[in-house]
Design a protein around this ligand. Structure first.
Ligand code: ADP
Ligand code: ADP
Length: 225
């Protein structure tokens, strides 16, 4: 179970700028929610507050009914996938994927099981010994996803994960992420400024503008009018 609720969430940055204003979103368990809107409308800020990477100025963020405003990122059962992959360049794919589990002192056999399972889902089985620089953009993005999957988070946050890929790979990865969502049965919150991505991937789409939620709807309702 992973319901995520944003109740009157606001963010004022230190310079006084109000980036997010009274945002209310009820995200259902296993839902694929897409936050869409022009650059600067507050999508990343919203996602970063959910991840715990940015403090919440006011309002309540809860996961499965428990308020988590003051809970450390690592204790939120959330994984975030970034646009720039953020892989460790000196480590192999295997080590990149297992790193977080090693830090948690999980035993080797258990780690191996999780890494192999994730590698299978993402078709990385033959690339586990490579370093990131010997991978294509799409393969790197899959490693970044793999690093999140091994932790079995209940909630996945993705901030424009496909924006550095070419058009063909983007299409492929869209399908892959949708499949991943089904396979994992986790709640996905996905930020993009790309309407096609929003329309093809989201169960529901949250349209933001100037820090405000303009509407929340299913893709067909939004784009049929
Ligand atoms: P989006 O992800 O929709 O492009 P962001 O959430 O990154 O938008 O940013 C929302 C607004 O907040 C933008 O106007 C941005 O310049 C501003 N902003 C982001 N981070 C900071 C910060 N650390 N300090 C001040 N303003 C910021
Ligand atoms: P994106 O477009 O991917 O959302 P941005 O370029 O808006 O990223 O922001 C990159 C980084 O700079 C973020 O950490 C954000 O918090 C910070 N930032 C963005 N706008 C401002 C700003 N006006 N003042 C200070 N920091 C900012």
């Amino acid at each position: 179970m992973a319901k995520v609720q944003l109740k009157d969430i606001c963010k004022s940055y230190d310079n006084g700028f109000n980036a997010v204003k009274n945002v209310n979103i009820d995200i259902e368990d296993k839902e694929f929610i897409v936050l869409v809107g022009p650059s600067g409308c507050g999508k990343s800020t919203t996602l970063r507050m959910i991840a715990g990477l940015e403090s919440i100025t006011s309002g309540e963020l809860s996961i499965d009914g428990k308020i988590v405003n003051d809970v450390e990122p690592k204790d939120r059962d959330i994984a975030m996938v970034f646009q720039n992959y953020a892989l460790y360049p000196h480590m192999t794919v295997y080590d990149n994927m297992s790193f977080a589990l090693k830090l948690r002192k999980m035993d080797k056999a258990e780690i191996d099981k999780k890494v192999q399972a994730a590698a299978k889902i993402l078709q990385l089985e033959n690339l586990l010994d490579r370093k990131p620089k010997a991978l294509s953009g799409g393969q790197r993005q899959r490693v970044a996803l793999g690093r999140s999957i091994v932790r079995n988070p209940k909630v996945f946050l993705m901030d424009e994960p496909l924006s550095n890929l070419d058009a063909k790979l983007r299409t492929e990865m869209r399908a892959q992420i949708s499949k991943l969502h089904k396979d994992l049965g986790a709640t996905f919150i996905y930020v993009t400024h790309d309407q096609v991505e929003a329309m093809t991937m989201g169960d529901r789409i949250v349209v933001m503008k100037d820090g405000i939620v303009q509407q929340i709807n299913q893709p067909k309702v939004l784009y049929d009018n």
